[in-house]
Design a protein around this ligand. Structure first.
Ligand SMILES: Nc1ncnc2c1ncn2[C@@H]1O[C@H](COP(=O)(O)OP(=O)(O)O)[C@@H](O)[C@H]1O
Ligand SMILES: [Mg+2]
Length: 390
């Protein structure tokens, strides 16, 4: 279900932002508009929608408009034009009271530089949002303790923020956002200030949390590996405009243009692409009750060297043969089952290329790919494993 939708969202900074809209409509780019009018197009005509429970990543270089965009979503930035539809309501039409309710109950934000009160204690920081909401003291305390536990900070409640490491501070930031039970969490480069190892812990933590909480998350980053690790889908932002939106696999397989190709060239594809993304769908299926002569004809007509043999009844793979095996069977009056090899490898369609590469060393045959019901759906040639990586 759609949770949030942004339509032609534009934010212009400067004295007369509305006057710039026509220039945008005429197709002028950010640079030209700045040169001629001294107005900055933070974002221009941005469109996307986010599903409930989705982690939607907005990725772009510094200055591409990421913060401008995310700050529009809770109206910290007032958009110059466009719509922000959340749960079917255009939040730009909200009056003050509706806006207050919205900020208190529906949405929360985690900031790059934590945005915590450093002279206060951990638990005071987490309680902050609940306090604004007017929750009772006992409830606030109990809820905050619980939330600290979820982010791995049990026992740290009475420490001052200034005594904490960066990673721990951001856990507090996350706890503060979660304590309010928001439906949408906005995260503006929350891990950028952390050391790589800590950042990796936080990634795991966030993925774990999200698998339980299933919040709608809008996550901003300039780091392509982070984007591809965390995002269900990714929108790439360039000079205030979206260049491409897609799942990590879609973007890797079909980059929209040179800009995106450059962006993704450093990505470790083996951790993103799965068996089904690189397999060749198998039309060739031999079965164990076929005559070897028929099987040989089928195999010869294909451009495959090896053929997987499936059981005629169950449709599950039972072996693999090559032409020489079938010739042996024909000559010596054996069945397919007697000549087929059993030391092939199967992988599930959801297995990552990285794991498949490790297994590929153990076999000389192509790797068989199976679906949830263990039916044979495709094969991976060893060569295509390597091709998938470049
Ligand atoms: N309050 C502001 N006033 C004027 N220009 C701004 C303001 N905020 C952001 N900008 C400009 O908008 C562009 C996008 O900035 P920002 O959204 O912060 O990018 P990012 O978060 O991707 O680094 C930049 O050129 C920036 O200078
Ligand atoms: Mg920013």
């Amino acid at each position: 279900m759609e949770k949030l939708r942004v339509e032609n969202l534009t934010k212009v900074f400067g004295k007369h932002p509305k006057k710039i809209l026509q220039l945008l409509e005429d197709g002028l780019k950010r640079d030209e508009i700045f040169k001629t009018t001294q107005h900055t197009v933070g974002i221009g005509n941005v469109n996307f929608s986010v599903e409930e429970g989705e982690t939607f990543v907005i990725m772009g270089l510094s200055g591409s408009g990421k913060s401008t965009l995310i700050r529009c979503l809770n109206l910290l930035n007032k958009p110059t034009a466009g719509k922000i539809i959340i749960d079917e309501e255009n939040i730009m039409d909200y009056d003050k009271k509706q806006m207050r309710e919205f900020r208190r109950n529906k949405i929360a934000m985690v900031f790059q530089h934590f945005g915590l009160f450093s002279h206060k204690t951990v638990i005071e920081n987490v309680e902050f949002g609940l306090e604004i909401k007017g929750e009772k003291k006992e409830y606030r305390y109990k809820k905050s303790l619980e939330t600290l536990k979820t982010v791995g900070l049990e026992g740290w409640e009475d420490y001052r923020i200034s005594a904490l490491s960066g990673g721990m501070k951001q856990r507090v930031g996350l706890a503060r956002a979660l304590a309010n039970d928001p439906e949408i969490i906005l995260m503006d480069e929350p891990f950028s200030a952390l050391d790589p190892l800590i950042r990796r812990d936080m990634h795991t933590e966030l993925l774990d949390l999200q698998s339980k909480l299933k919040k709608t998350i809008i996550f901003i980053t300039h780091d392509v590996n982070e984007a591809f690790k965390l995002g269900d889908r990714i929108a790439v932002l360039k000079e205030g405009e979206i260049v491409q939106i897609g799942t990590p696999e879609e973007i890797l397989e079909n980059p929209e243009n040179e800009y995106i190709r450059n962006f993704i060239q450093d990505i470790d594809r083996s951790r993103i692409l799965k068996a089904e993304n690189i397999m060749r769908k198998s039309i060739l299926k031999l079965n164990n009750s076929q005559k070897p002569k028929i099987a040989l004809e089928i195999l010869d007509d294909s451009d495959f060297q090896y053929g997987f043999v499936v059981d005629r009844e169950t449709r599950k793979i039972v072996g693999v043969v090559e032409a020489d095996d079938l010739i042996d069977a024909i000559k010596n009056k054996k069945t397919i089952e007697e000549v087929m090899h059993l030391d092939y490898i199967t992988v599930s369609k959801d297995e990552y290329v990285k794991e498949i590469i490790e297994k590929a060393y153990e076999t000389k045959y192509p790797i068989a790919v199976i679906d949830e019901s263990e039916n044979y759906i495709g094969r991976i040639q060893r060569g295509s494993l390597l091709k998938a990586l470049v």
